[in-house]
Design a binder for this molecule. Structure first.
Ligand code: NAP
Length: 291
């Protein structure tokens, strides 16, 4: 079996990219140096990603192999009753024998009201199946996405496996990050790793309402605003996912890694203070109503 691989902290997001579009972005990203790819069954792009990965391994001009990549995928809320079959289908489409990380995408099963008791039953069952797949070597690591601290606590209290070394993928940006901090702090003893998405806050980060304080920091340090925010999240030991169809942006975003050591503690405090506790704005789907 290939060795356990540390997760590259900056991953390529692929949400809403399909077919030729995802193929082109992935080729550009691999050439730029990305080795962490985030997909999901529900993105319907696993087959296209698998094709580009095969093309990469067989390219005589590179020496890149499967073990150079960190590949994350997620079980669809529509497949919560058949988690093992869903995983096997994902492995087939991505043309790989194992995933580096497999996540439960969402704490609820599709087409049920938020307060249905079925959600909890199915996510606990799915968690057991993911643990068994990890034992089998089909996945190296497992985790959850969009789970609240309470949903995570249930995995500890009500499954035989618990959450040792689990990953949690969730929305994170300067307007919403304290839930990530709470999960990181509360479950630190379990070796939990946090990975953020929507770091650009659905366009707010590069739009007109961008806070002047961030302009000041980016100008002073010669970094882009996006690099400043990615570096802020990385400095908290959170992995980050970013999607771009623009090769300059792909390069810029990867450059955030070297910006981490440039931000001062004062800069980080300014970024923290963009939102205040209790008044944060969650912009993406909200799991807090899921029973
Ligand atoms: N688990 C979940 O439920 C969940 C939910 C959402 C997302 N995700 C994952 O996280 C990934 C990222 O989230 P996302 O795709 O919603 O959006 P995102 O990465 O937060 O933002 C993508 C947008 O930002 C722009 N952008 C990227 N880099 C930029 C830069 N340096 N300067 C200016 N604009 C830039 C892109 O435009 P250009 O193409 O022009 O660069 C694109 O319009 C997803 O693709 C997915 O893999 C997971």
């Amino acid at each position: 079996m290939p060795p356990i691989h540390p997760m590259p902290p900056i991953g390529l997001g692929t949400f809403r990219l399909k077919g030729d579009a995802v193929k082109q972005v992935l080729r550009d990203a691999i050439r730029t140096g990305y080795r962490h790819i985030d997909t999901a069954a529900i993105y319907r792009n696993e087959q296209a990603i698998g094709a580009v990965l095969q093309e990469t391994y067989h390219n005589p001009q590179t020496t890149i192999t499967r073990s150079d990549f960190w590949i994350t995928s997620k079980i669809s809320p529509y497949d919560m009753k058949r988690p093992r079959e869903a995983l096997l289908q994902t492995l087939r489409l991505l043309q790989t024998e194992y995933l580096n990380l497999y996540l439960i995408h969402w704490p609820a099963v599709a087409r049920k009201s938020a307060n249905s008791p079925e959600h909890k039953i199915l996510r606990l069952e799915a968690w057991n199946v993911l643990n068994e797949a990890k034992r089998e070597g089909l996945v190296r690591h497992i985790g959850v996405s969009n789970f609240t601290p309470q949903h995570i606590q249930e995995l500890i209290d009500e499954t035989e496996y618990g959450i040792q070394d689990a990953f949690v993928q969730m929305e994170i940006h300067p307007w919403y990050w304290r839930d990530a901090l709470e999960i990181q702090t509360r479950f630190r003893g379990y070796g939990v790793t946090i990975v953020g998405y929507a770091l650009l806050a659905e366009g707010r980060l590069v739009g007109e309402s961008f806070p002047q304080v961030l302009d000041d920091i980016s100008e002073r340090l010669g970094l882009s605003k996006v690099q400043v925010v990615l570096a802020w999240a990385l400095s908290k030991n959170w992995g980050v996912l970013v999607k771009s169809e623009n090769i300059d942006h792909l390069q810029e975003n990867l450059g955030a890694l070297s910006a981490v050591n440039v931000l001062t503690s004062g800069d980080l405090a300014i970024l923290d203070s963009i939102s205040s506790a209790g008044e944060e704005e969650k912009l993406c789907w909200d799991p807090r109503h899921v029973k």
